[in-house]
Ligand binder design. Structure first.
Ligand code: SIN
Length: 518
């Protein structure tokens, strides 16, 4: 195989990308994994806390919980694929191949199964509250040693190489140099869109690259309005973090997630007056569906100044030592309650795929958060994202192996210019995040969505004009962010049904007109 070709090109290195690489390699394919990440922490999977849900011995109830959390909008066939494949995928890959040591139980159960919001039973495998890294690191190490897999880190995909509805690979950028990379099949596993919001649980660089590349190549992208906000992200002393890749040195907050598992163990939410409020919002109180809890936390913060997570009902130190360490690192005195707020967490929609991860374009697959399998509908059940990545990753990798590599003429990229002017990127990201935060957050007003579309359309035009004159990774990330946010705005504006993460409110006033539009 020549230097710039591979049987299967996987873009992204979270659990979905790694599972597809593993499955393709098991089929005998040569696999290249191209990832922007330079460390395991660069991938969302590393940050996953709660864990990975499995079917145990009651798959039908697990399916019912997924559908219920989505307010009946999840695709039943996709849910069957997920749940029917869960136990085998977890046993095969996580237990037998990677030897992940999930927390064990003291009684009859083999494992200490946890519970999170909207689950009707304990079915979540976890390692303390840092499950992601305990899966992700051994997975990376395993594939690093695999004779059929090459992992190229600090490598971005800028554009798909395509012709007449078929994808032949991607233009990869590494160290400022870019070149076409041809593959029998290309699998996008680029993760989420956290960089589009000021507060997120995603790592830096979550600019929706795969979704933008696929959409620009003509692939179908759907359900983009269903963006999940996690209700409990610690915001004590919200540090202003640098997000250099996004050209934004002083804007993104760096909060940290406080897993829903903590509420699963009994923690309660209190408002600024010290009152527990969730029973007033939902019969399941703190374990109501995530969108309900997130909106309630926002309302109580707006009305009473703050919301804290009271962990006194549980043995926080004994159950969640990793979170205790995190609190201490951030100077949070958890015994007084952890100050929390909602933050962008997970995109339920994305590149439309079938039950094997195949997109609407030939030889293009998508897996994990950048894909839309239909499992989540309008709202995702907790601890199903690692599972979805694993199950669909395996299916897509197996399906993608075995295609011949063909080369075609790749698009010409302009002369490289790694020095995207700081101010240009900072100003554009700043404007984009304000629009997303003010107009397309937890609650949406139809008029605001129309306004958002026109601001984002203008912004995309400005970024496109720049892209026509130069090439750099950060410029392409900005382009991905602008394409993806416009898709979100457009699909949100087109959906007049308030459901799950797409919560519509009446147009009471127009507070944002003079701010986000500026
Ligand atoms: C959490 O631990 O609360 C997050 C789990 C998830 O997003 O599925």
């Amino acid at each position: 195989m020549s230097e710039n070709t591979t049987d299967v090109l996987v873009v992204g290195s979270g659990i979905a990308g790694l599972a597809s690489a593993l499955a393709a390699a098991r089929e005998g394919a040569e696999v290249t994994v191209a990832t922007k990440a330079t460390r395991p922490e660069g991938s969302s999977s590393w940050w996953a806390q709660g864990g990975i849900a499995i079917a145990r011995d009651d798959p039908e109830q697990f399916k019912a919980d997924i559908v219920e959390a989505s307010s009946g909008t999840a695709d039943h066939e996709a849910v069957d694929v997920l749940v029917d494949g869960a136990n085998d995928a977890v046993r095969d890959v996580l237990l037998e191949t990677l030897d992940v040591e999930f927390d064990e139980a003291e009684g009859d159960d083999e494992f200490d199964f946890g519970r999170e919001a909207a689950h009707s039973s304990d079915r979540i495998l976890h390692v303390d509250a840092s499950t992601g890294k305990h899966i992700h690191v051994p997975f990376l190490n395993y594939l690093d040693d695999h004779e059929h897999v090459e992992i190229r880190d600090d490598t971005a995909a800028l554009e798909l190489v395509r012709h007449e509805g078929r994808v032949y690979g991607a233009i990869l950028e590494s160290d400022g140099e870019f070149e076409p990379y041809y593959a029998g099949a290309t699998i996008l596993a680029t993760g989420g869109i956290g960089d589009l919001y000021p507060r997120t649980t995603n790592p830096d660089g979550s600019t929706g690259d795969g979704i933008a590349m696929a959409a620009l190549a003509g692939a179908e992208v759907t359900d983009m309005e269903y963006i999940q906000f996690h209700p409990t992200v610690c915001v004590a002393g919200e540090a202003r973090s640098a997000s250099k890749r996004s050209g934004d040195a002083a804007e993104r907050d760096s909060p940290f997630l406080v897993s829903e598992a903590v509420r699963g163990e009994g923690a309660v939410l209190r408002n600024g007056d010290g009152e527990r409020f969730m029973p007033d919002y939902h019969a399941d109180a703190e374990l109501a569906p995530r969108d309900v809890v997130a909106r309630a936390v926002k309302t109580e913060r707006d009305e009473t100044g703050e919301v804290t997570l009271d962990v006194s009902p549980l043995d926080f130190e004994g159950e969640f030592p990793d979170l205790v360490d995190k609190c201490e690192d951030h100077g949070v005195d958890w015994e007084d309650g952890i100050p929390v707020a909602p933050a962008e967490h997970f995109l339920c929609g994305g590149i439309d795929v079938d039950d094997r991860g195949q997109s609407s374009l030939d030889r293009l697959y998508a897996v994990g958060e950048c894909s839309r399998t239909g499992v989540h509908g309008a709202n995702r059940l907790a601890s199903t994202s690692l599972l979805e990545g694993l199950v669909w990753g395996l299916r897509a990798g197996e399906d993608a192996a075995g295609n011949d590599v063909e080369t075609i003429e790749a698009p010409e990229l302009l002369e490289r210019d790694p020095e995207l002017p700081e101010n240009f990127a900072r100003e554009k990201f700043h404007r984009l995040r304000r629009v997303m935060d003010e107009y397309i957050g937890l609650e949406r007003d139809p008029d605001d969505l129309t306004r958002a579309m026109s601001v984002l359309r203008r912004l995309k035009g400005e970024v496109d004009a720049y892209t026509r004159t130069r090439t750099s990774r950060s410029l392409y990330e900005l382009r991905s962010a602008s394409v993806t946010s416009l898709l979100i705005a457009r699909q949100a504006a087109e959906n007049d049904r308030s459901v799950g993460c797409h919560h519509l409110v009446e147009d009471e006033q127009d507070p944002a007109e003079s701010t986000a539009d500026d």
